[in-house]
Design a protein around this ligand. Structure first.
Ligand code: ADP
Ligand code: MG
Length: 669
């Protein structure tokens, strides 16, 4: 039956089928490197099927992005044409696998989570870690975990696939396993450097206009052909598409980013009578191959998440991509014939960039990493077989934060609190507030708030309609707390949901109120997931009486103690690290906040802005964190009348004075 598996004749990987199958049979680990579009993701699972016809367990294939897991699963299912469910995928909130599934695509996070229930991954015969060059945290976890597991399970096969970037590191990690290089037919690509003229100020609008001018120029002067444009953000892509629609009517304009609807995503694989212009984020760099591209326009930018150890914030700044990424992008147009890659930056700029993007482990919040590692029993990061071990400073900082949150004890063992926190698929600071909410009796409110904090604010402010959006958002706004505003959005949405019971009406509701429908759905999903997990535990039922402002905000504090700030002057606050910050100007709280605030997140551009904030009372801090507050005394004096020693007490939190000169009585002499 397996001999009937067919492979697309044009794909470079097809020519190497025998080598790959041989390597799979004779080696426990095989690294397969090949250019994007050579057929790795879609064809290797089929080759595994063919290599091991007597196996009955799963062939698992991990993907860094949900969007790739679903589109690729659909493609392989179509190519194989087997029974329903034979090829299926599982992502965080949706498991589409069935009993008849043999090829399972999933995000790497899903496989990692499965190691908790099934430490030896006994459901699998073969595991393919796809796109390993991305070096996300999950991939590094998996590669370390699998290294240990392979020693225990000699029957398990591992395939690591990667774009042609630094494959040596993987082979070395797995005892110098073989590397198969898939040589594809590639054509020369001409590079043109076309930076914004120096006298023009680099603002978003001018950059986009420049980009569109370059595309128009290409369109007029070169042979017709499909164009792939790389821009950093969804917003840039939308605006660019609008401009292109206006100026170019002889092409089909297609946006491509992670949150786009599946049906729109699939359009990039269709062929049209007119040439197409696909405007994409870095998903089109290696994850998804847009076929038939002749021209690439590269902004040289991407959003890359980064944890800033100094400000203790994770942000998603638009960053210059590495030279390796620039060249990946360039390579997208050399597959069907000679191509042209226009770089919207100068050659000097290119030369000055780092060769590779740092692996995520070297730029992330290690508290979450460590908590997961402890819960997964992966041991101490110092002993774990990481390809690139994290910096010891960051590890120490991670342990410190976990101790501060009460997730681990002095011996770095999980506490009861920590065990619950590790169960929740959210940042430790956020899971900590759920624990606090149990004590403050405001679980109903905090479950809702924590779910949205773990996602992203659902309120959207489209370019040029910012004011309309602000007006629409006002009806939800609480005068002193963004957290309550979020709660209001949830409540309104639920009322409407019960009345209407139709997704299309809910979509309209979101549109009318400038809310992202997608995020609202994710919010519901994550909230339900949290409820399901918490319902298995004693004492996490919802409060029946609405909680007060004080209850809710006291519960928020233990998770965000480091994010407390007090007013220094007018609009400037000072935080617990003596850094100045401002409330984000677009926020409803911008001109309303009180003397003391707590923030759930920050964004750092030219200065530090607090997002999602609430006004609090400094006295609350002491009641929720007496162990972390520092006490000092001055002016001791003997009080004759009572016969006791009196002094003035100061209380501070990480150096920030919260209570000054409070009279205390040290008792009788
Ligand atoms: P790689 O993983 O090596 O980058 P893929 O296996 O993803 O390569 O892609 C191989 C080919 O299959 C490409 O030409 C790509 O355009 C095509 N392809 C992948 N997914 C789809 C899909 N959903 N519909 C149509 N073609 C697809
Ligand atoms: Mg791929």
């Amino acid at each position: 039956m397996n001999s009937s598996i067919s492979y697309p004749a044009g794909l470079p990987i097809t020519a190497r089928k025998e080598d790959i199958i041989n390597s799979l049979k004779t080696n426990q680990v095989t690294v397969i490197a090949g250019e994007t579009g050579s057929g790795k993701t879609t064809q290797i699972p089929k080759m595994c099927l063919e290599a091991f016809p007597d196996n009955h367990r799963l062939i698992g294939c991990t993907q860094p992005r949900r969007i790739a897991a679903s589109t690729v699963s659909a493609r392989v299912a179509e190519e194989l044409g087997r029974e329903e469910g034979f090829v299926a995928y599982k992502v965080r909130f949706h498991d589409h696998t069935t009993r008849s599934t043999r090829i399972k695509f999933m995000t790497d996070g899903v496989l990692l989570a499965e190691t908790r229930q099934d430490p030896d991954l006994l459901k699998y015969d073969v595991i393919i870690v796809d796109e390993a060059h991305e070096r996300s945290l999950n991939i590094d976890f998996l590669l370390g975990y699998l290294k240990n597991l392979l020693a225990r399970r000699s029957d398990l096969k591992l395939v690591i696939t990667s774009a042609t970037i630094d494959t040596q590191a993987f082979a070395e990690h797995f005892n110098h396993c073989p590397i198969l290089n898939i040589e594809g037919q590639t054509y020369p690509v001409k590079i043109r450097y076309c930076p914004l003229p120096a006298e023009i100020i680099e603002e978003r609008e001018t950059v986009l206009e420049h980009c569109v001018a370059v595309i128009r120029d290409l369109f007029v002067k070169e042979l017709p052909g499909d164009i792939l444009v790389f821009l950093p953000t969804e917003r840039d892509i939308r605006e660019c598409c609008t401009l292109l629609e206006k100026y170019i009517n002889s092409a089909v304009i297609l946006p491509m980013f992670g949150r786009l609807h599946a049906a729109d995503q699939r359009k990039i694989f269709q062929s049209f009578k007119k040439p197409k212009i696909v405007v994409a984020t870095n998903v089109a760099e290696t994850s998804i191959t847009v076929p038939g591209i002749r021209y690439v326009i590269d902004s040289g930018l991407a959003r890359i998440s980064r944890y800033n150890v100094r400000s203790k914030t994770t942000s998603l700044p638009v960053t210059k991509i590495s030279r390796a990424s620039c060249n990946q992008r360039k390579g997208r147009c050399g597959r069907i014939g000679p191509g042209i890659c226009v770089r919207l930056y100068s050659e000097e700029d290119y030369e000055a960039r780092p060769q590779y993007t740092l692996p995520e482990i070297q730029r992330s919040n290690l508290a979450e990493v460590i908590l997961q590692m402890i819960a997964l029993r992966l041991g101490h990061p110092a002993d774990f077989p990481f390809i690139d071990p994290p910096h010891s400073n960051a590890v120490r900082e991670g342990y410190r934060l976990l101790r501060e949150l009460g997730a681990i004890d002095a011996k770095n063992r999980l506490t009861g609190t920590g065990r619950i926190m590790a169960d929740l698929p959210i940042d430790p600071c956020i899971s900590r507030i759920i624990i606090a909410a149990k004590e403050s009796n405001c679980l109903r409110e905090i479950k809702i708030i924590s779910a949205i904090l773990a996602i992203q604010d659902p309120r959207i402010r489209p370019a040029e309609r910012e004011q309309d959006a602000d007006i629409a958002h006002k009806i939800f706004a609480h005068p002193h707390s963004d957290f309550i505003s979020l709660l209001n959005i949830w409540n309104q949405f639920q009322i409407f949901r019960e009345e209407s019971r139709s997704w299309s009406k809910l979509r309209k509701f979101c549109k009318l109120h400038y809310l992202s429908f997608q995020r609202m759905r994710e919010w519901l999903d994550l909230h339900d997931q949290l409820e399901r997990i918490l319902n298995k535990r004693e004492g996490f039922a919802n409060n029946s009486v609405d909680a007060s402002y004080e209850q809710v905000h006291k519960a928020l504090l233990p998770g965000f103690l480091r994010n407390i700030a007090c007013r220094k002057e007018k609009k400037i606050y000072k935080n617990t690290r003596e850094r100045e910050l401002m409330i984000f100007p677009g926020s409803h709280q911008f001109s309303r906040s009180g003397e003391w605030i707590v923030a759930a997140s920050f964004i750092e551009t030219n200065r530090l802005y607090a997002l999602t904030i609430a006004t609090i009372e400094p006295e609350w801090i002491e009641t929720v964190a007496p162990d972390i507050c520092k006490y000092s005394w001055s002016h001791p004096a003997y009080h004759k009348k009572s016969g006791s020693i009196m002094a003035l007490e100061n209380v501070s939190l990480f150096g920030l004075r919260i209570i000054s000169g409070r009279k205390v009585n040290f008792g009788r002499r």
